[in-house]
Design a protein around this ligand. Structure first.
Ligand code: AMP
Ligand code: FES
Ligand code: ZN
Ligand code: ZN
Length: 307
């Protein structure tokens, strides 16, 4: 197995690209995929302040490292979710990476700042924890970016994540979600820009990048997510990918090139007609919301009163 670029011994084969790479050229390949993503969707412009949401897992640490190698000075934000040992450990990996590279890592601990944890919120709402978790993370990322003058929030969602979300949205024909599923959501009143610079790299690539670049990351998956739908879709897509390499990428990239824009226009037009886009300010925290109090503040209230 030889590197496609230099013919030296390869360390990884990427069937989707029909290519093998040595360490050096694999890293160059990852950088190139991120550079292309950023350029194609104008994700980060020169001089903009970038906040990377860092979970301590392979994707977000690879993202932080790759942004650095491409010359972007990004700060990190870790959100403490209060999921027992899992959260303590993930914080350690995020902190260890930041210290080793002399980077700034901000921390927002849900229990300290907002008085609740994700397991607490899950039992208060009697729903799967991932809903409360996703809602809380999105809220904290956005509020932190706006309060601290960051122009853009970058998350480590990779090709596998995005293909699995797309699969779930297509399975149920969730047109509104499909209209909003995009690697770069523009800023709007009360919302920072959100970007996913790793959408062209698979999970196997971000893991290999971390191993080769000696980045220690949390290997365990969140214990509360076990058995959820999203993981099931990932397994299905992995089976498909094993039979026909490149399926995941053509599914996601085809959607982005040929369908996403039309769906975004349609759902925007429908929302305008319904007046559903009229957002006010949450009376508790000031975040944009269609109601009086935003979903995050409602969740916090419920979780606090039942804990
Ligand atoms: P997940 O929703 O767990 O698949 O994570 C998707 C992305 O959200 C990660 O790649 C990170 O960028 C970000 N993220 C997840 N968990 C955290 C956390 N506890 N703190 C900060 N960012 C996170
Ligand atoms: Fe959110 Fe596990 S990380 S429920
Ligand atoms: Zn090479
Ligand atoms: Zn609020």
């Amino acid at each position: 197995m030889k590197c496609r670029v230099c013919r030296e011994p390869a360390v990884i084969d990427l069937r989707r690209h029909n290519a093998n790479f040595c360490h050096e050229h694999f890293v160059a390949h990852c950088e190139e995929q991120v550079r292309r993503a950023i350029r194609h969707f104008s994700m980060i412009r020169p001089g903009e302040r970038t906040l990377v949401a860092v979970s301590g897992g392979k994707d977000s640490l690879a993202l932080w490292a790759l942004l650095g190698s491409l010359g972007y000075e990004a700060d990190g934000l870790y959100v403490g979710l209060g999921i027992d040992d899992y959260s303590d450990e993930s914080h350690e990996y995020a902190r260890g990476f930041a210290e080793s590279r002399d980077l700034t890592l901000h921390v927002v601990d849900l229990a300290t700042v907002h008085g609740f944890t994700i397991p607490g919120a899950a039992s208060a709402t009697r729903r799967a924890p991932c809903g409360a978790c996703g809602l809380s993370k999105r809220h904290v990322f956005n509020a932190f970016a706006l309060d601290h003058g960051y122009d853009v929030v970058a998350t480590g969602h990779n090709l596998d994540d995005e293909a699995a979300v797309l699969f779930g949205n297509v399975l149920r024909w969730e047109l509104e979600y499909l209209g909003r599923q995009h690697p770069a959501l523009p800023a709007a009143d009360g919302f920072a820009r959100k970007v996913k610079p790793l959408y062209r790299l698979g999970e196997r690539e971000t893991a290999a990048y971390c191993v080769l670049e000696r980045i220690d990351y949390q290997v365990e998956e969140c214990p509360m997510a076990a058995g959820n739908r999203h993981l099931g879709y990932k397994e299905l897509l992995n089976d498909l990918e094993a039979r026909s390499p490149g399926s995941k990428a053509s599914f996601l990239f085809g959607f982005l090139e040929r369908a996403q824009e039309q769906l975004a226009d349609t759902t925007r037009a429908r929302a305008d007609a319904d007046d559903a886009v009229l957002l006010r300010r949450c009376t508790v925290c000031g975040a944009p919301t269609p109601g009086e109090v935003c979903a995050f503040c409602k969740l916090r209230e419920r979780a606090r009163s039942t804990s």
